[in-house]
Design a protein. Sequence first.
Length: 269
Amino acid sequence: MRNTASACVTLISAAFVAQPPLSAHAIVTRDDRDAAAFLALGQKYAPTTVMFRRAAAPREPGDAGTLIGPRWVLTAAHVAAGLASGDFAEVAGHAHTIERVVIYPEWHGNADFRVDVALIELYEPADDVIPAAIYRWSDEAGAVVTFAGRGGVGTGVTGPVEEDGKLRAATNRVEFVEESVLRFRFDGPADPDVTEFEGISGPGDSGGPAYIVRDGALFVVGVSSAQSARPTGGLRGRYGVLEYYPRVSYFADWIQSTQAPAGARPPAK
C-alpha cells in the first residue's frame, strides 16, 4: 500500500524551493535520547492515530490518519487516492470499514502537496475513542507539536533503518507557516531550537498527524505530506531535512462542510 514516491515538494514561494518527489514516512528520532521514551510518548496518541489497510491485503501495513470524529478520519489526499469503500481504518486496535473517500477538490496529483488533504468516512462510528479536534487558530508559527506514527524507525544519524510496526511519537517545532502549509526542520541535539524529544517523519506515515494540546484538549494541526532531503544531500530522515504538512486550520471550513449531513456536503471523488 505504501508508495515511496507518493508526495512531492514543489515551488510555492521563495521560502519553499523546488525539490524532487519524496514521500513523508514514519518517525525518526534524535539519537541522544532513550529509544523507549518515543514508544512511551506514542502510547499517549494511540487512540486517535489511525492506520489504513486495504481489503485486498489486510495484513499489509498502510499509511496513517487522525480520527477527528466518530466516523471521520483526516489523512493526506495521496494516501486516500489509494483507498476505496470496503478498505479498513484501524482505530484503537479495531478495524472499521471505510464507507467513502473524499479528496480535497483542488488536489489532482503529487505536485499538489499544499492541498494534500482528504477525509475518510467510516460505516460504523468509533464511539469508544475521543476524537482529536480540528485546529482553527492561526498561531502555529513557533509552536511545538507531536508527530505520531508506525513504520520506519532510526535516528537523525542513521535515517530510517527498519520497520517494526510500533507506534512512536516525537516532537518538533513549526519553523515556518505559509498559507496552507506548515514547515518543520529536523534539528540536531546541538541546534538551538531542538525539542526534548525531537523527531521527523520517516517510511509509512504519510497522512499522519501533527498534534498540539491546547487548554487540555487534543487538536490535530497538520497532516504529514512531504519531506525534502535537499539540505542533507538527498539523505532522508537525517538531521536538517525539512518536512511539509498541510495546515489544518486552512482547511477547517472544508472539513466541517464535508462532515455535514448527506445532501449538504460535497461529493466524494
